[in-house]
Design a binder for this molecule. Structure first.
Ligand code: NAP
Ligand code: MG
Length: 486
């Protein structure tokens, strides 16, 4: 295993105020390669006192220093350069992501890292386009608005798309003129540290981006409670989202929360079968099911149910599972041992509740935290398999007969992150899209993203939007200015 990647060695420390530094306590934790169960490297572990150092640095960078005075076009130039540097280091960053996360090298080099680079470029273009308004108030006065940055942003990211989620949070926050303290997930801290290095190289002034790996319950929590942090941008579980709301309430934190999902993928009998099979498979098995928008509940209309399941299974048999660094591999290991065990425990629950295991459901022999791609049929919408977010390669197939029936079942969940619809009937497709309670609906496709598209949840999948113009505005606040003209 190669461990001489510059980002695994040099920066496996905290990045605060433009400097690599150890935790004040000297603590460190191991990050593991889930495909081999070997330690990749040790990483400094931030405590509350390190969070304070990082927040103080970010606050100084916000109120004084070059960032506070920088013209928007110059901010844009630096963000663009970060995108260029990510692209220039694509292979190395993708390899690091695959080592740390277990996602395939094909995905990390074709999806995660290029999209992260593009995210910085997309938001680079916004720096010069953040405008206020002139408000038509009563005579004798002028009123206009300023769109101002919030200040220090605390970004807390999950382990399923480490560099991409970091980009989604850091790029718009910086574009709007804020400074950032980023706490990546414990399982996957390495590419966020690489990002810190590249941002520094791109000319980002000290303190503007600080990256502090550490525990959620220690470093994450300290960030949420810090009085100098103006906003928390979080992606992760609904449970932790609730905790962040509670702890953030003392200082009235602004929040955007991108939480879990149990997304319905609805296939009507008149769908293009080949397309729908690929879409259903990709919907749940992309990134081994560790996707917040995973189409984990597959609703199949009665007339095509049996044939669809057979063909889906045949399609699955062609997807190679194994070493994620091998370009031929389509499905890697789960991110961690704990996650693998959790996924397998859901398989046991599914069996115990009477769903039919069609394929998968076990850990293959050998090293690595792999779980075979799993399909359950005969799932009722009230079973655990259809209610809880599994975050693994486990598909729950539910049979339906009527449009009204499937809509009711699809919406019968506390979540509302995403949904898919497959049909050749254009009216049915758009009608269904309106009636599905989800922040994103895909018609005859699944899992498409673009940095220009607002993304986020309804119901307990969270609130606020990331990406696009709306995502940018979430990192600003409006000031109204009155001028007496009389
Ligand atoms: P998680 O606990 O929600 O972790 C997400 C991030 O929040 C991590 O950086 C985590 O740090 C941090 N965190 C944890 N507790 C915190 C707290 N009390 N205050 C502030 N920050 C805190 O997610 P997980 O444990 O990695 O995964 C558990 C489940 O969450 C998954 O099985 C899945 O259902 C869901 N999930 C959803 C998404 C999504 O994209 N919506 C992503 C990942 C996971 P640590 O690394 O130290 O825990
Ligand atoms: Mg790891």
């Amino acid at each position: 295993m190669t461990t001489d990647l510059r980002a695994t060695l040099k920066p496996a420390r905290l990045f605060i105020d433009g400097q690599w530094t150890d935790a004040l306590s000297g603590a460190a934790f191991k990050t593991i390669n889930p495909a081999t169960e070997e330690t990749i490297t040790e990483v400094a572990e931030a405590g509350a006192e390190d969070v304070d150092r990082a927040v103080q640095a970010a606050r100084r960078a916000f109120t004084s220093g070059p960032w506070a005075k920088m013209p928007p076009s110059e901010r844009g130039r630096i963000l663009w350069k970060i995108g260029d540097l990510i692209e220039a280091n694509l292979q190395e960053m993708a390899r690091l992501e695959t080592l740390d996360q277990g996602k395939t090298i094909t995905d990390s080099s074709r999806v995660d890292v290029p999209m992260a680079a593009d995210c910085f470029r997309y938001f680079a273009g916004w720096t010069t386009k953040i405008e206020g308004e002139t408000i038509p108030v009563r005579g004798g006065s002028l009123n206009y608005t300023l769109r101002e940055p919030i200040g220090v942003i605390g970004s807390i990211t999950p382990w399923n798309f480490p560099i991409l989620m970091a980009a989604w949070k850091v790029a718009p926050a910086l574009a709007a003129g804020n400074t950032v303290v980023l706490k990546p997930a414990q399982q996957t801290p390495l590419t966020a540290l690489f990002l810190a290095e590249l941002a520094h190289e791109a000319g980002l002034p000290p303190g503007v981006l600080n990256v502090i790996p550490g525990r959620g319950t220690v470093a994450g929590s300290a960030l949420v409670q810090h009085p100098l942090v103006g906003k928390i941008a979080f992606t992760g579980s609904t449970e932790v989202g609730r905790d962040i709301m509670r702890r953030g309430s003392d200082t009235l934190k602004r929040l955007t929360l991108e939480l879990g999902g149990k997304s319905p993928n609805v296939v009507f009998a008149d769908a293009d079968l080949d397309q729908a099979i690929r879409g259903a498979s990709n919907g749940i098995f992309f990134n081994k099911g560790e996707v917040c928008t995973a189409g984990s509940r597959l609703f199949l209309e009665d007339a095509l149910h049996d044939a669809f399941v057979d063909r889906l299974q045949a399609h699955l048999a062609k997807l190679t599972q194994g070493d994620p660094l091998d370009p031929k591999t389509r499905i890697g290991p789960q991110v961690s041992e704990a996650q693998m065990k959790q996924v397998l425990s859901y398989v046991d629950k599914g069996k115990a509740e009477g769903a039919r295991l069609v394929c998968g459901g076990e850990r293959p022999a050998g090293r690595g935290y792999f779980v075979r791609p799993t399909i359950f049929t005969g799932v009722r919408n009230d079973m655990t398999l259809a209610r809880e977010e599994i975050f693994g390669p486990v598909l729950a197939v539910v049979r339906f007969k009527e449009l009204e029936e499937v809509l009711a079942a699809a919406n019968d969940t506390p979540y509302g992150l995403a949904a898919g619809v497959w049909t050749k009937d254009i009216k049915k497709a758009h009608r269904t899209a309106r009636l599905l309670q989800a922040g994103t609906v895909w018609i005859n496709t699944y899992g498409l993203y673009d940095n220009a598209m607002p993304f986020g949840g309804l119901k307990q999948s969270g609130y606020g939007r990331e990406l696009g113009r709306q995502g940018l505005l979430e990192y600003t606040q409006t000031k109204s200015v009155w001028v007496d003209l009389a």
